[in-house]
Design a protein around this ligand. Structure first.
Ligand code: TPP
Ligand code: DXP
Ligand code: MG
Length: 641
């Protein structure tokens, strides 16, 4: 407690309404204290640091000017919302961020009335805010208590199609809507794309001090005495943007760029907009990711995400790893294969480090593409690459591939194009919680005709699957693997090309067979040890493929055992459902096989450690043991005895 920063003014803020009592000078100090409190809290919890530090002044100014929760402040992605949480009645729990039973690392409707819209996937804020604005006008503001709708969206999030779809619609409707573009010239990695260059051009040649007048508002919103100077400065910016900004072409009034850390610019602009806006307005704020904390500002990712750390040195407290991370195994194997095959290329949607494609980008920059936060485009781009004779790998987290699903079906699967999907962060991911869980990819891919779908049980298997995918030109193929470290198994020199649709027997036993799909195998092996101590010796197999299923293996297990249990790190409708369908069609149930399918429960599981989340899902070793005992009737017999 003694290490905590002194925050005399912030201590007086229990709800945003308390900010109204402060002078502008005091608000400046509140921002400083809020920054210190954010750093202190994240040093204890770990989490998304840099983005929040970049919006501290903006957060104070927004809450000082508008009246949340009547006005709806919608944070895009919402990884930058920790300062907002501190100001909106959650300071007492801020040191539980991202932990089991603690605060979510993102905005969440069920957590607070000050979070009008939940997020974590990017680029949804303008659409949602437009919805609030239209609902306000349709219902009548006074009846619903809705006020303004304010979207705060980053320059990285602005690379996604949804943002433009929303602006296009908003410009057409012409409703009062405020969009704050928080431009820190960073995504997780440095941003890519023509739009990013365009935003840079909007301010590159004009220093902030000469733009202060413009920062005070779009010409028509300004009080008369300000107008002439502002008009001249605005014309200057317009000139730079060649005939008006893109945002103006989309029907928005454009204000900016303004220094998003300068309260003297922010407060008057926001107050003027609040007083005068009568249509869609975009305020372009320039900020610095990691602002005010040197260790974050100095990191290549500007402190995007961090483990717990020491505040004075910035040193992160990371546990030593015992095995290579799956992500690294994927990245390294891909580079090895790309050395030998010039058709191999790779695509990431703004996650070069997260997917391990940074390795590919370093070694083969011309064959590695960061498309920005644009999963839909990334998938169809891969389809085009494949149709053009390349061997593309789309490396996308399970949760983010959801956004490109129609492209997977329409552009890839129907055309039987050999796009390789490297699906990272499969299964429950921990601190990011339900929004980032990789729960659905098995279900949404395995029902697509012609798709080959695999899951890696360990890091050696992953290496084999990358090699298998590289060699597979007969339609689309996907392989999934979890977040974090592998199991520490011995690694092969080269990945082996697996026979499509063939699983592997791990050990032969009797009475019960456990058929694992993916990385729960480790838990299965642990459960088997416990079962052995009770005199039960289960057969264990690794299915490797959900599509095509290894019919011979599965029907053999069913024939030779009294009971069959499947397990996977995915939602209902995945591997277990496909096995059940096969067994049903083959009439296996008619002769009395006892069958159980262990899948993620039909609920969204809140953040915790992955092990705790799997405990909630009842997919850990002890749950597997219990399931086997139950299906064999041992538990019941023990109860009776
Ligand atoms: C659809 C989707 N794809 C990828 C991500 C991963 N992601 C989270 S934050 C982020 C960068 C966002 O950059 P920006 O909007 O500029 O915010 P900043 O962190 O710079 O404040 C990315 C790529 C995501 N959340 N959603
Ligand atoms: C906010 C967001 O979507 C990313 O920053 C995400 O938290 C990254 O997750 P990993 O840490 O698994 O790469
Ligand atoms: Mg950014």
């Amino acid at each position: 407690m003694s290490d905590r920063p002194q925050t005399p003014l912030l201590d007086r803020v229990h709800t945003p309404a308390d900010l109204k009592a402060f002078s502008d000078t005091e608000l400046r100090q509140v921002a400083d204290e809020l920054r210190a409190e954010t750093i202190s809290a994240v040093s204890e919890t770990g989490g998304h640091l840099g983005a929040g530090l970049g919006v501290v002044e903006l957060t104070v100014a927004l809450h000082a000017v508008w009246d949340a929760p009547r006005d709806k402040i919608v944070w895009d992605v919402s990884h930058q919302s920790y300062p907002h949480k501190i100001l909106t009645g959650r300071r007492d729990r801020i040191r539980t961020l991202r932990q089991k039973d603690g605060l979510s690392g993102f905005t969440k409707r069920s957590e607070s009335p000050y979070d009008p819209f939940g997020a974590a996937h990017s680029s949804t804020s303008i659409s949602a805010s437009l919805g609030f604005a239209v609902a306000r006008d349709l219902n009548g503001a006074s009846e619903t208590g809705h006020g303004d709708a304010i979207a705060v969206i980053g320059d990285g999030a602005m690379s996604a199609g949804m943002a433009y779809e929303a602006m296009n619609h908003a410009g057409h409707l012409g409703k009062r809507l405020i969009v704050i573009l928080n431009d820190n010239e960073m995504s997780i990695a440095p941003p890519v794309g023509a739009m990013s260059s365009y935003l840079s051009r909007l301010y590159a040649e004009a220093p902030f001090h000469s733009l202060k007048d413009v920062a005070k508002g779009a010409v028509s919103f300004l009080p008369e005495p300000f107008r002439e100077g502002a008009r001249r400065a605005k014309d200057m910016i317009k000139g730079m943007a060649v005939g008006g900004t893109l945002f103006e072409a989309l029907g928005f009034s454009y204000i900016g760029p303004i220094d998003g850390h300068d309260m003297e610019s922010l407060l008057p602009v926001l107050r003027t907009v609040k007083a005068r806006a009568d249509g869609p307005i975009l305020i372009h704020c320039i900020t610095k990711k990691g602002k005010g904390y040197a260790p974050a500002e100095g990191r290549p990712d500007r402190g995007h995400a961090t483990a717990k750390f020491d505040v004075s040195s910035g040193e992160q407290k990371k546990a030593a790893s015992n095995a290579p991370a799956y992500t690294k195994v994927f990245g390294q194997t891909l580079v090895e294969l790309a050395e030998e095959d010039s058709r191999i290329c790779a695509v990431t949607a703004a996650m070069p480090d997260g997917t391990g494609l940074n390795l590919m980008a370093e070694r083969f920059p011309s064959r590695c593409f960061d498309v920005g936060i644009a999963e839909q485009h990334g998938v169809t781009f891969c389809a085009g690459l494949a149709a053009g004779g390349m061997r593309p790998f789309a490396a996308i987290y399970s949760t983010f591939l959801q956004r490109g699903f129609d492209q997977v079906v329409h552009d890839v699967a129907i055309q039987r194009l050999p796009v390789r999907f490297a699906i990272d962060r499969a299964g429950l991911v921990g601190a990011d919680g339900a929004t980032h869980a990789g729960s659905y990819d098995v279900a949404y891919l395995a029902n697509l005709p012609g798709f080959t779908v695999m899951a890696a049980a360990d890091e050696a298997e992953l290496k084999h699957m990358v090699a298998t995918a590289a060699a597979h030109d007969d339609g689309p193929i996907a392989f999934r693997y979890p977040r974090g470290e592998g199991m520490g198994v011995e690694m092969p020199e080269r990945g082996e090309i697996l026979e499509i649709g063939k699983g592997r027997m791990i050990r032969e036993g009797a009475r019960v067979a456990i058929l694992s799909y993916g990385a729960r195998l480790k838990e299965v092996l642990q459960a088997a040890e416990a079962l052995e101590a009770r005199g039960i010796n289960p057969t264990i197999a690794d299915a490797r493929f959900v599509k095509p299923l290894d019919r011979e293996l599965i029907l053999g297990l069913a024939r030779d055992h009294e009971a069959l249990v499947t397990i996977e790190e995915g939602a209902i409708g995945g591997f277990g459902s496909h096995v059940a369908q096969l067994l049903a069609e083959e009439g296996v149930f008619d002769t009395g096989l006892k069958y159980r399918s262990m899948v993620l429960p039909d609920t969204f599981i809140d953040q915790a450690s992955p092990a705790d989340m799997y405990a909630v899902a009842r997919l850990n070793a002890s749950d597997i043991e219990a399931k086997v005992l139950d299906v064999l009737g041992v538990a019941r017999m023990e109860k009776r005895a």
